[in-house]
Design a protein around this ligand. Structure first.
Ligand code: ATP
Ligand code: MG
Length: 294
C-alpha cells in the first residue's frame, strides 16, 4: 500500500520540485516503486524528469477531467451501475490512466502536468472535485511504495485535492519568514479540512532548504522548531545547503547523485554533501512514518 506524500508550501521557489525529484530518485535507488505526480501547471517536475511532452500522452489534468466525467455520467444515471467503475478510466482509445503513466530516466514513474492546470478553478471548481485525485490514487496504491505529489505555489483546487489525497505532507522552507508563513498556512488549511473530516493528511515535517551558512541554519532550525510546536511539523535533522551542485544538476535534468558521478573533484565534493543530506532525509521520512504507523 503506497504512502502518499505531498511536497508543499505556497511560497514559490523554495525547492519543492527539486526535492520531489531527488526523493523519487532516491527511493527508487532504495528498491522502492515510486510514482511522481506533477500537479503544477509550471510543469517543472515533468521537465526535470526529461519526459517528452506530446499531445498523445494524457496529463494529470486529462485524467482528472476523465474521472470527473465518469462521475457526472454516473450521477446523471447514464451508467447502468449505481457507482461508476473507477478501475478503468476509459477514454475513446483505452485506459487513460495507463497511458498517462510514463517512466523516467531515474526509474520512477510520473504523471506529467499540463499548462492548462492554470484553469483549475474553473475546471475543478465543484465541491466534489476535491476528491478526484484521491479517487485516481486509490486505484494505484497497490502498484507503488511511494506516491509523491509536487504541489504548485498556489492555494488552488489542486492543492486542496492534494491534501485530501495524501497521507503525509512535507513542507519545504527557506530561511525566511515567507516560507514559515507558508508552513503556517498549510497547517491552517489542513486543520480546516480535518474539521470537516475531509482529509487524514498528517504534517510529517519541514525541511530547511538553501541555507547559506551554519549560523543561519541553527537560527532557522530553532525558528522551525518553534513553528513545529504550533503546526505539528517538526523540522527534519537533514537540511539542504544552498549549493551550486543542486542548480547544476537541475540544469542538466539530473538528480545530484547522478550528477556527482559526472562532475570534477570539487563538484563531486559539493554534491556528496547534498547526497548525504538527502539520504538522511529519506531515513527520517521512513522513521517518522514507521513511528506513526506503529
Ligand atoms: N539547495 C539548493 N541549492 C541551490 N539551488 C537550489 C536549491 N534548492 C533549489 N534550488 C534551485 O532553486 C530554484 C527553485 O527550486 P524549485 O523549482 O525546486 O522550487 P519550487 O518550490 O518547486 O518552486 P515553485 O514554487 O515555483 O514550484 C531552482 O532553480 C532550483 O534549482
Ligand atoms: Mg515547483
Amino acid at each position: 500500500m503506497a504512502k502518499v506524500i505531498m511536497i508543499g508550501n505556497q511560497k514559490g521557489g523554495v525547492g519543492k520540485t527539486m526535492i520531489s525529484h531527488e526523493l523519487c530518485a532516491l527511493f527508487v535507488r532504495r528498491g522502492k516503486k515510486v510514482l511522481a505526480i506533477d500537479i503544477d501547471g509550471q510543469r517543472d517536475l515533468s521537465r526535470y524528469s526529461d519526459i517528452s511532452f506530446t499531445k498523445k500522452i494524457p496529463t494529470i489534468r486529462d485524467v482528472l477531467l476523465a474521472i470527473k466525467e465518469i462521475k457526472e455520467q454516473s450521477t446523471l444515471g447514464e451508467e447502468n451501475t449505481e457507482t461508476a467503475d473507477y478501475d478503468d478510466f476509459e477514454d475513446n482509445d483505452g485506459d487513460i490512466l495507463d497511458k498517462a503513466i510514463q517512466h523516467t530516466r531515474e526509474n520512477y514513474d510520473i504523471i506529467i502536468a499540463s499548462k492548462k492546470l492554470a484553469n483549475a478553478p474553473s475546471d475543478f471548481g465543484e465541491p466534489n472535485d476535491i476528491y478526484l485525485l484521491q479517487e485516481m490514487i486509490g486505484t494505484l496504491t497497490d502498484d507503488y511504495d511511494y506516491i509523491i505529489i509536487d504541489c504548485a505555489p498556489a492555494r488552488s483546487p489542486l492543492l486542496y485535492m492534494s491534501y485530501v489525497a495524501s497521507d503525509y505532507c512535507i513542507c519545504i522552507a527557506e530561511a525566511d519568514e515567507g516560507s514559515r508563513e507558508g508552513v503556517r498556512q498549510t497547517y491552517t488549511d489542513i486543520a480546516l479540512l480535518k474539521e470537516k473530516n475531509t482529509t487524514k493528511v498528517v504534517m510529517l515535517g519541514t525541511l530547511l532548504n538553501k541555507f547559506k551558512d551554519a549560523n543561519v541554519q541553527v537560527e532557522q532550525y530553532q525558528a522551525l522548531c518553534e513553528l513545529g510546536q504550533a503546526t505539528n511539523a517538526m523540522p527534519f535533522d537533514a537540511a539542504i545547503p544552498l549549493g551550486v551542485a543542486a542548480t547544476e544538476a537541475n540544469n542538466k535534468h539530473m538528480c545530484v547523485y547522478e550528477y556527482m558521478k559526472t562532475g570534477n573533484r570539487e563538484t563531486k565534493r559539493k554534491a556528496k554533501s547534498l547526497v548525504e543530506q538527502f539520504n538522511k532525509l529519506a531515513d527520517e521520512i521512513e522513521e517518522r512514518i514507521a513511528a506513526l504507523e506503529g
